[in-house]
Design a protein around this ligand. Structure first.
Ligand code: PHE
Length: 349
């Protein structure tokens, strides 16, 4: 744990232990150089506190890069609520309210929205104390709701950029795209891909979801353990992170990796491994910025939906530039994206 903290270059960590449930609330503010620390709230169980902290710290740095690469005036942060696997559902609202108070006490240095394990309905509860620093409440409560469709739009535009780089044409028509994980991003992404006449394959672990997409939507289902070795143009990881690693990379039969999950690479070196295999990688924190940009700009900065949508569409251009920088400097695309982000951060002083 000490090593973890030494490696992290961030500004502040708030740690709160909830005695009644045994939950640990971690708020990691990585950088406020470009603006208030902003990032989603992840709620799940972890094997131990160290892994929860690791997730929070790494995700918070990802948010700093996400906003910087998008040239968007917000800083990076993330919250993790590490819950026991047997959390009593009746305790959940109280825990969320307590978390809202921590946000209130930070006075705007930290702002949040949903992430893995939290929903707009949860944001409603958190905002009781945490308002106005809690985005994506339900529309009934005046929020912009689920950010998934905005994230999906950015991923869709990013996949077009990938095709433009690979084939000189951004069209996704006829492209074989494997969507791994049908959650709040995978669902709207599949809709857009089908509309664009892409050939969509999917994978998931939930029986009901599998049944719906395989039997009702008639999409080919790929078993979770076969995802890596399935031939496709684009593999789109849209579930949890770490799926691109030294075990899976040698198996891959895709031309590109471009999806919405945060921390897709197990470690930064995996970007070199992808490059050695000539697989184009769209850096996760660049291609998945749509949700955070939409929620933050519309709820916190007074942008219109049109302005937010335009900015999300510009992910296409941002990615093309990153691919160009990577090629020119003979480095992997992950490193290129970090360089672009770090240049923006250092320009900000
Ligand atoms: N959790 C999402 C992300 O990682 C979306 C999000 C972040 C939404 C911040 C609102 C605010 O980008």
């Amino acid at each position: 744990m000490e090593e973890l903290l030494q490696q992290w270059n961030g500004e502040r960590i708030v740690l709160h232990f909830d005695r009644r449930t045994g939950a640990q609330i971690i708020i990691a503010i990585d950088s406020t150089r470009l603006g208030p620390g902003t990032g989603g709230t992840r709620m799940k169980s972890y094997p131990d506190l160290t892994s929860a902290l690791y997730d929070a710290l790494r995700l918070s740095t990802g948010m700093t890069y996400k906003f910087a690469a998008a040239d968007f005036p917000r800083g990076g942060a993330k919250a993790v609520i590490a819950i026991p696997p047997d959390l009593d559902p009746a305790e959940r609202p109280r825990l969320l309210r307590r978390y809202g108070e921590l946000i209130r006490d930070l006075g705007g240095r930290f702002q949040t929205g949903p992430d893995v394990g939290t929903s707009p309905a949860d944001m409603d509860i958190i905002s009781e104390a945490g308002d106005p620093y809690v985005f994506c409440r339900t529309p009934e409560r005046g929020g912009t709701g689920d950010p998934g469709p905005y994230t999906a739009l950015g991923v869709f535009c990013g996949q077009q950029a990938v095709c433009e780089r690979l084939d000189g044409n951004p069209s996704l028509a006829g492209k074989r795209i494997l969507v791994q994980g049908i959650g709040s991003v995978g669902r709207p992404l599949i809709e857009q891909l089908l509309e664009a006449k892409a050939e969509v394959l999917f994978s998931d672990v939930n029986e009901t979801v599998i049944k719906h997409y395989r039997d009702d939507m008639r999409l080919p289902f790929v078993q979770p353990d076969a995802v890596s070795k399935t031939e496709c143009d684009i593999l789109a990881p849209c579930a949890l992170g770490g799926t691109i690693n030294p075990e899976t990379i040698p198996l891959l039969r895709c031309r590109a990796v471009a999806g919405s999950a945060n921390n897709q690479l197990a470690t930064a070196e995996d970007a070199d491994r992808l490059r050695e295999r000539d697989i184009l990688y769209a850096p996760d924190f660049v291609i998945n910025a749509g949700g955070a940009i939409a929620a933050t700009s519309m709820e916190n900065m007074g942008w219109t939906l049109d302005a937010a949508t335009d900015r999300i569409r510009s992910i296409h251009q941002v990615l093309l530039e990153i691919f160009e920088v990577a090629a020119r400097q003979d480095i992997n695309t992950h490193t290129a994206a970090i360089r672009v982000a770090e240049r923006r951060l250092s320009e900000a002083g």
